[in-house]
Design a protein around this ligand. Structure first.
Ligand SMILES: Cc1ncc(C[n+]2csc(CCOP(=O)(O)OP(=O)(O)O)c2C)c(N)n1
Ligand SMILES: [Mg+2]
Length: 670
């Protein structure tokens, strides 16, 4: 009998078989019914509704749900529009309408986590193999994978979760997409159905869609099931209209089961393909300022990568002999080997640049700028030209002499043409002299950067982070994609180049736990390029579940963990904040040490079906990288758990751990 109850509780036996099993076991019919009653109440309490009888509409609505009536004054969707190209009449469930509209939006991959009330959507996928569902075991890395795919392919995708509970786990990556301006479309239903909403039901929270509102470009709750396709279209339009950004859509879960008539419209019919040319008068003013400048400076930003305009930015810099830098961004937007490249701006403020110190005209192309201090990134004084499509923050902080609101690819074309027209032989000579000066500095800086290998700790074990980076840079393919979520590690030696060279996907949004998922999505989008994920141990452990996706889908990514068993960045920042306080005096840091016990990331990877190894020495690292390559050639991911030294002030050999030990207070050996 105990077995029968267990089987019934775990839903592996029907009610009828349970009762008949009980009577076979010798119980009277009445006794069996009373056991059933008792067991059912336990089951309902356990599942809070999940797995119990599905919702049955009451009264007249128990008949098959009819098509919803349409407004007689308006067009009848799904009927009259049959003849219009790109518009397909559709009849079926709301879930199937959702699938149809996704296909019409150009979506190939759906990244999702199991959501029982999306049953009709899953049902629709069976006969729509062009829409591929990638099951992700945690919504955070799942959303990161979707975003990685979108960033690396430039193609639309959707990520979906189980109601508000799943959405909560995805919020961190929606935040990252918001900060990075990635066109991620997110859907999760409302568990509360339309005829019982607002009663504090199972997994219900009021106004769920509003949770996403501050971190999305568009947030909407479809008000009727036949509005599902239009809601989906608007989400894609909002997300993919520059400046890009995430969108969140939702509807009551019963809408997926309702039958609807609606128009399915292909993306090219509703996407305005907004590509803006800059105001020609402003272009002339900018060109004049640039040619007259003593020392102009170009700041490149992510809109250049997104518009595939890096060669155009290089052409403009060359025409003017203008030095180029980048302030904190997601991508590398300029070839680091270019003679006019003067390096990234170290402290995200132009005053921290070694060269040039005296720029008199500064042009930003495509960076929306993160101001992390009271001083503006572009100091007051030099004339400032700002070119980007994301005009919202123009002029908010920096004094802007010339605003160029434009798609940066078109803006660069126009600006180049205007500058070229003004170039006299004298100006050309001035530009050439400046280029020579910049080149001299760039060469010196290159020599200095190479000194990283002269560190006296270069050969030590555990390895210093710079050595790990150096070895990987030596190992990486010429067109490798580096997904970087490696905490406080400085990127050097990769010589990134967005035009056919190595590309960078940085963790700009900084909600940690994105690296592994992003790398999985990038590899899905770019199967023919080597993908290497660099990740700190702390960051890795926020989101390792995408390893399972790498194993299942055979995504041959090399994951390298800089395992210093610590949050080294937060450690250093706390010490900088309270330099000679009690923490430093006593060595008691409560917030930063992840050792004792040490986490073994190679073991964790094995649990997800990904082979890997722990690496202790520089020599082992080289051998391990060769093994990683052998695995990826065979279509398998591989993980290196590289033991990295903790560096910085205040680290003890064996860091102190807060003395919370249950053994000291427990009184029962249970
Ligand atoms: C989701 C999330 N939680 C917490 C933080 C705060 N945070 C910033 S850096 C960091 C530690 C990163 O550790 P690790 O990846 O090991 O890099 P390290 O600092 O050791 O180089 C934390 C917890 C964050 N950015 N995101
Ligand atoms: Mg760490």
């Amino acid at each position: 009998m105990r077995e029968l109850v267990a089987q019934y509780l775990s839903h592996s036996m029907s009610r009828r078989r349970f009762v008949s099993g009980l009577t076979k076991a010798g119980l009277t019919a009445t006794a069996a019914q009373s056991v059933l009653g008792a067991v059912t109440s336990v089951s309902a309490a356990q599942g809070a509704g999940a797995g119990t009888a599905p919702y049955v509409p009451q009264g007249a609505a128990t008949a098959p749900v009819p098509y919803l009536p349409h407004d007689a004054a308006g067009p009848t969707p799904g009927a009259a529009s049959a003849a219009v190209p790109g518009v397909k009449p559709f009849q079926g469930t709301g879930g199937a309408a959702f699938a149809e509209q996704l296909i019409a939006c150009g979506v190939k991959y759906v990244f999702g986590n199991s959501a029982s009330e999306d049953a009709q959507f899953y049902e629709a996928l069976v006969d729509r193999p062009q829409l591929k569902y990638v099951l992700t075991p945690h919504e955070g890395p799942g959303a990161a994978m979707a975003a990685g795919y979108i960033k690396a392919s430039g193609e639309p995708a959707v990520v979906m979760q189980a109601g508000v509970v799943g959405m909560m786990n995805a919020m961190g990556q929606i935040f990252n997409s918001w900060k990075e301006q990635t066109p991620l479309v997110v859907y999760s239903y409302r568990t509360d159905q339309s005829r019982r909403a607002g009663r504090d039901g199972f997994e219900e929270v009021a106004n769920q869609e509003q949770l996403a509102q501050p971190i999305t470009k568009y947030t909407w709750l479809a008000r009727r099931p036949d509005m599902i396709p239009e809601t989906v279209r608007r989400a894609f339009k909002a997300a993919w209209t520059p400046p890009f950004g995430p969108a969140y859509i939702s509807w009551h879960s019963d809408y997926n089961d309702d039958r609807v008539r609606a128009d399915i419209i292909s993306q090219d019919q509703f996407d305005p393909r907004m590509r803006v040319r800059p105001n020609p008068e402003e272009v002339s003013r900018a060109a004049k300022l640039l040619v007259e400048a003593r020392m102009p400076l170009l700041i490149v930003g992510d809109e250049i990568y997104k518009a595939k305009a890096a060669p155009k930015a290089a052409k403009l810099a060359e025409l003017l002999g203008m030095p180029v830098t980048q302030v904190r961004q997601l991508y590398a937007n300029f070839a680091e080997t270019h003679p006019l490249w003067v390096g990234n701006t170290p402290a995200a403020n132009l005053n921290s640049l070694t060269f040039p110190r005296n720029a008199d005209v500064i042009i930003n192309i495509g960076n929306k700028f993160q101001h992390n201090g009271p001083a503006p990134i572009v100091p007051r004084g030099p004339k400032f030209i700002d070119m980007r499509i994301d005009f919202a923050s123009m002029g908010n902080v920096m004094l802007t002499e010339v605003p160029l609101v434009a798609d940066v690819a078109l803006g660069l074309d126009d600006l180049y043409a205007a500058v070229e027209q003004l170039m006299t032989p004298a100006l050309q000579a001035k530009a050439a002299a400046r280029a020579a000066e910049v080149k001299k500095f760039a060469e010196q800086a290159r020599t200095l950067r190479a000194l990283v290998a002269n560190n006296p700790e270069w050969d030590q074990s555990p390895l210093i982070a710079d050595r790990v980076t150096y070895e990987i840079a030596k190992f990486a393919d010429a067109d490798a994609i580096i997904v970087n979520e490696a905490g406080s590690v400085a990127m050097h030696s990769f010589d990134f180049n967005p035009t056919g060279g190595r590309e960078l996907f940085y963790y700009y949004g900084s909600h940690l736990g994105s690296g592994v998922g992003t790398a999985a999505g990038v590899k899905l989008a770019r199967p023919n390029q080597q993908v290497i994920c660099l990740v700190g141990d702390g960051s890795f452990i926020f989101g390792p579940t995408a390893l399972w996706n790498m194993a299942r889908l055979e995504l041959p990514v090399i994951v390298v963990i800089y395992n210093n068993h610590a949050y080294s960045g937060p450690h250093s920042r706390v010490v900088a904040n309270v330099p000679s306080g009690r923490m430093v005096q006593t060595g008691q840091f409560v917030h930063d040490y992840l050792g004792d016990p040490d986490m073994n990331m190679a073991d964790i990877a094995r649990g997800f079906g990904v082979a890997g190894e722990v690496v202790e020495t520089p020599a082992q690292l080289r051998e391990a990288l060769a093994r990683a390559r052998a695995h990826t050639v065979e279509g398998k991911p591989y993980l290196l758990d590289v033991q990295v030294a903790r560096r910085g002030v205040g680290w003890a050999e064996k860091p102190w751990v807060p003395p919370i030990r249950l053994a000291a207070i427990r009184q029962k050996r249970v």
